[in-house]
Design a protein around this ligand. Structure first.
Ligand SMILES: Nc1ncnc2c1ncn2[C@@H]1O[C@H](COP(=O)(O)OP(=O)(O)O)[C@@H](O)[C@H]1O
Ligand SMILES: NC(=O)OP(=O)(O)O
Length: 312
């Protein structure tokens, strides 16, 4: 059977739940790897990306807490690189061990990825990307006054710091990633949306790119047969969280665009996944994007009713 390329974008809950310790995140990634290896067993070529919203926000807080002349806080682009490194290290080791246990001899490589953005992107004037811990409205107000940062309500789950999130234009390590993929190496790239850089000199800019958009770019780059976005829910819903909520299983781009216009998808959480899925389906006619949970991943390729599938 010809191997099919699949890009899997890992959401927050695949890495971090309540416990932000390194040990707990590593444990979560071991569980995540067990699910991912199921796809490798079915002869899928795995191309992995992941988020970093909670981690990069926590790291910024650590940087600020220790900030001094001799030990200055690192800028946001460097923090993105640091979280790409830590999560990539944990995930590569977890995957390597799970593959070994499954008697699959494949290598895993984490690629530090820089993603080019437009320095004139309007997003720099309007921060929208939630990062770090969830705060109460009161605590968020206090923090905003103290630090000058912007806080916004995140999909009914509390208030979070928001930062600029420009759209990805290009992946600097494109050739490296494709070379690894074509040599049957499992890649972890575009972590945390990639380190945001501008211009030919790859100058870092203070922002966090949405990993769903960067992952769609990655899927296009490697000519993926399928684009899977894993998150905290098995399906996308319309009227989500309301009495009349309705699960979506198979939807067309046109239907999803209609639901999007009707405001069914929360900005900063489900909306970027919907937009990335639409983009993939449009850019790759005949191929499908799927939004579902890690737990559903094993059955996805066997049962067309699993998850929310988006096609042109
Ligand atoms: N229409 C919707 N259908 C399903 N989930 C939704 C919807 N709108 C908002 N959500 C919420 O968005 C969450 C996914 O966003 P988020 O947790 O920010 O992403 P990530 O998994 O990438 O970290 C879901 O777990 C769910 O709680
Ligand atoms: N960078 C990014 O989109 O991270 P999350 O998916 O964790 O929010």
């Amino acid at each position: 059977m010809m191997e099919k390329k699949v890009v899997v974008a890992l959401g927050g809950n695949a890495i971090l739940s309540n416990d932000a310790s390194a040990q707990a995140q590593q444990e979560a990634l071991i569980q995540t790897s067990k699910h991912l290896v199921n796809l490798v067993k079915e002869d899928y070529k795995l191309i992995i990306s992941h988020g970093n919203g909670p981690q990069v926000g926590n790291l910024l807080l650590q940087q600020q807490a220790a900030n001094s002349e001799k030990n200055p806080a690192m800028p946001l682009d460097t923090c993105v690189a640091m979280t790409q490194g830590s999560i990539g290290y944990w995930l590569a080791n977890a995957m390597t061990n799970e593959l070994k246990q499954a008697n699959i001899s494949k290598e895993v490589a984490t690629v530090l990825t820089q993603v080019v953005v437009d320095e004139n992107d309007e997003a720099f004037k309007n921060p929208t990307k939630p990062i770090g811990p969830f705060l109460t409205e009161e605590a968020a107000k206090e923090e905003a006054e103290k630090t000058g940062a912007t806080f916004k309500e995140d999909a009914g789950r509390g208030y979070r710091k928001v930062v600029a999130s420009p759209k990805p234009i290009g992946i600097h390590e494109a050739k490296t990633i494709n070379t690894l993929v074509n040599n049957d190496i499992i890649t972890i790239s575009c972590g945390g949306g990639g380190v945001p850089v501008v211009g030919a000199e790859l100058k870092g800019v203070e922002a966090v790119i949405d990993k769903d958009f960067a992952s769609e770019k990655l899927a296009h780059l490697v000519s993926a047969d399928m684009f899977i976005v894993l998150t905290g829910v098995d399906n996308v819903y319309i009227n989500y969280g309301k009495e009349n909520e309705q699960k979506l299983t198979n939807v067309t781009v046109a239907e999803l665009e209609q639901y999007k216009a009707e405001g069914h998808f929360a900005p900063g959480s489900m909306l970027p996944k919907i937009e990335a899925a639409i983009q993939f389906a449009k850019n790759n006619p005949g191929k499908k994007a799927v939004i579902t949970s890690l737990e559903c991943l094993g059955d996805l390729t066997k049962n067309p009713e699993i998850g929310t599938t988006i096609v042109l």
